[in-house]
Design a protein around this ligand. Sequence first.
Ligand SMILES: [Mg+2]
Length: 125
Amino acid sequence: MKKIIIVEDNRKNLELFKAVLGMIPNLEILAKENGKDGLELIISEEPDIILLDIQLPDMKGTDICKELRKMEKFFHTPIIAVTSFAMKGDKARIIEAGFNDYVSKPLNILEFRKKIQNIIEVEAF
Ligand SMILES: [Mg+2]
């Protein structure tokens, strides 16, 4: 059983993430809608994958990612950014913050599911 934590404040997006990820077998899905609660849950649950919205009401996803990367137990955890910006330079900023990858909103459902499945399969080895 793998565990993913989603931190996303947009209800519609969160429901979409849950619906798409719900199709992957043996994946436990936990979610929070703000940065503070999300960070706490991540630290206590130590998920296998983390999906972080960049724009949250109380924190930036990039700051959460930087915080996590300071902790040894999250050095190698795959952390995926959820971003609605499509601007040049954002990718570099996201990677600099310590993210492994990112997905853009509006979500490409097939691409997203494939990305998560690939991570789970790689982790399984
Ligand atoms: Mg948001």
